[in-house]
Design a protein around this ligand. Structure first.
Ligand code: XMP
Length: 326
């Protein structure tokens, strides 16, 4: 629509005005906001931008590839990928407390991002250039929540890089500061980003790390990734993506129950389906998904993921239940 074209044109002009010939760095999280922010900046100033993607190994199936391949193909952005999966797993070893997990993931993220940003700065320096700007996908609701001050957006998630050291300070460029989520998605479409990125469900910064109840291990992540991919695929096939807000799939990794799978008794883990409808995630109701969709998800997960022998449905609204289990 013409309004979206307007928003894109005006934002692109404002970015050019602000950054001039300066260089920028942007952390991509795999989420919609950072992707659209980066795509706007790329549209405005092209290869003055370098994106950094920290692969912490806690993303869902296919998401790292979407950033590394599809996003790059759609935007032509120059991307630096840091494979930090082992580092995050090591840091999370033995940890079961949800807030402890969040703290560790946030801390490691900042450290890895800092190192990558330093390399981008050094690289630019070698060409006689300076990196002056950090791009962030701050939205209007985040601005309001944090009191609205310029650069005050250090609210909830670890992709908000508020913790960089003094010798590595940038001016913030926040091209989505005036936009709501639905507008961000439309801008993303206008910029030609793939639907899988633009219409991605909200996904917490700490990722699957807070959807494994118990210790996070590589094996558990693989199990949850498979189950989650099946649930997402069936919801998409049923045309339900835009009806639900999000549908966490939660692995109860320390719980086992008896089942019969194939011709034998099993002693496997349950997963919980947590489909919710919501306007803003502050409150939510559990989604009344069609029984046949639930049945297909359950049948496929228990058939295709050997370690899972039971699928249960969370029918709690928020409040009292939060959307995530941790
Ligand atoms: P809760 O579980 O609090 O979740 O009802 C509300 C919304 O926030 C997301 N969420 C997070 N996002 N870092 C994030 O970036 C986090 O630590 C985090 N915890 C929850 C959740 O997915 C839901 O959309």
């Amino acid at each position: 629509t013409w309004t979206m074209v307007n928003i894109v044109d005006e934002t692109v002009a404002a970015i050019r005005e602000k950054v001039g010939s300066g260089r920028l760095v942007c952390g991509l999280s795999g989420g919609v906001d950072s992707a659209v922010a980066a795509a706007l900046v790329q549209r405005a100033v092209g290869d003055q931008l370098t994106c950094v993607f920290v692969d912490h190994g806690l993303l869902r199936k296919g998401e790292a590839e979407q950033v590394e391949r599809d996003f790059v193909a759609a935007t032509g952005v120059s991307l630096k990928v840091v494979d930090a999966q082992k580092r995050f797993l090591d840091a999370l070893a033995g940890v079961t407390d949800p807030e402890e997990k969040r703290k560790i993931i946030g801390r490691e993220f900042i450290r890895v991002f800092e190192q990558a940003a330093r390399e981008v700065v050094a690289d630019a320096g070698a060409h006689g250039e300076t990196v002056e700007f950090l791009v962030q996908g701050t939205l209007y609701p985040d601005v309001v929540e944090s009191g609205g001050g310029e650069g005050a957006a250090n609210i909830k998630s670890h992709h908000n890089v508020g913790g960089l050291p003094d010798d590595l300070q940038f001016q913030l460029v926040e091209p989505l500061r005036a936009l709501f989520k639905d507008e961000v998605r439309r801008v993303g479409e206008e910029l030609g980003l793939p639907a899988e990125i633009v219409w991605r469900q909200p996904f917490p910064g700490p990722g699957l790390g807070i959807r494994i109840i118990g210790e996070v291990t590589a094996e558990r992540l693989d199990i949850l990734r498979e189950a989650d991919a099946i649930a997402r695929e069936e919801l998409t096939l049923a045309g339900l993506d835009r009806d639900i807000w999000q549908c966490p799939v939660v692995l109860l990794a320390d719980v086992r129950s008896v089942g019969v799978q194939g011709d034998g008794r099993t002693y496997g883990h349950p997963v919980v389906l947590r489909p919710v409808s919501s306007e803003d995630a502050m409150t939510a109701d559990w989604s009344r998904l069609p029984y046949d969709v639930l049945a297909r998800i359950s049948t496929r997960i228990t058939n295709e993921v050997r370690e899972i022998n039971r699928v249960v449905l969370d029918v709690t609204s928020k409040p009292p239940g939060t959307i995530e289990w941790e």
